[in-house]
Design a protein around this ligand. Structure first.
Ligand SMILES: [Zn+2]
Length: 283
């Protein structure tokens, strides 16, 4: 018996990051988990409603790191009221405290843990600014999902953790030409491009291709596109070189949810089936 997993990115970009993972057990139970809380509680509720979920049904949130675009401060009070459990890496406790997050029920991890019956979560620590960020790998009998954002650079051991995936969500933050030509201050460009900020489209695509070669990817979802220094058309053009990946590509945006990306229990046997469904119940 397998637990099914589905992922929808509610919004992603420097104005706020939040995704929702739904795990459905064979007995009919459902565990709804948010990954990052970078949108306001009200906006999160609105987007959850758009994809057919209620904020009251969310049981926990996994935080990649506590930058403002991944943890909106208003969640401290709202999370407490909703009875959420915040889960984050134990190295991030001081930053959680500084962001006011520790008024919510918190559980720190540093190794793998069970999200619910049938879903194991493996956290992976990445360099990002001075505090690092955490990527997640979700494994169930129905398949595996990798989620990695704000990587800065692709660490050497990345491919040990992110292999044999069915679904990959990974940042593709900027086009280097647009970044260089932008009016941004030089220190910001250096921070972003210097190995502890974000991945460029090229770095991201290279990682995706390596992961795809050792996986059975049904979907690749790109995250955290810069509004100023990226263009979805550039990403699409890049993926044209790999038609198998191009047809599985989902580009997240800052302002609306992606379609649902659902892993079906049959996925391992039928790798060429693409399983997207429309997320938005309304326009
Ligand atoms: Zn970010």
């Amino acid at each position: 018996m397998t637990t099914r997993m589905s992922l929808c990115v509610l919004g992603s970009g420097s104005t706020g990051n939040c995704s929702v993972l739904v795990a459905e057990s064979p007995g009919g139970g459902r565990t709804i988990t948010l990954i990052d809380l970078g949108l306001s509680p009200r906006e999160t509720a609105r987007r959850l409603h758009r994809v057919g979920l209620r904020i009251d049904d969310v049981s926990s949130a996994l935080i990649t790191h506590f930058d403002g675009d991944h943890f909106y401060r208003g969640w401290a009070g709202a999370g407490r009221k909703l009875g959420l459990t915040l889960r984050f890496h134990r190295h991030h406790r001081p930053f959680a405290h500084r962001a006011g997050a520790t008024v919510v029920r918190c559980e720190c991890f540093h190794t793998a843990f069970d999200l619910c019956e049938g879903v194991r979560v493996r956290p992976v620590h990445f360099a990002h600014d001075e505090h690092g960020t955490v990527g997640y790998r979700f494994d169930s009998h129905a398949g595996s999902i990798g989620y990695a954002t704000d990587l800065g650079a692709v660490p050497r051991d990345f491919f040990e953790h992110f292999t044999g995936l069915d679904l990959l969500a990974i940042e593709s933050n900027y086009c280097p030409v647009m970044q260089r030509e932008s009016d941004r201050p030089i220190f910001l460009k250096r921070r972003i491009m210097g190995g502890s900020g974000h991945l460029s489209n090229e770095q991201s695509f290279e990682a995706v291709q390596r992961i795809a070669a050792a996986s059975r990817l049904q979907a690749v979802c790109v995250l955290h596109l810069s509004q100023e220094c990226n263009d979805p058309k550039k990403i699409e053009a890049m993926y044209e070189a790999q038609p198998q990946l191009r047809e599985r590509l989902v580009i997240s945006t800052h302002d609306r949810p992606t379609p649902w990306m659902r892993l079906k229990p049959t996925a391992a046997q039928r790798p060429d089936r693409c399983l997207f469904t429309n997320a938005a119940a309304e326009g």
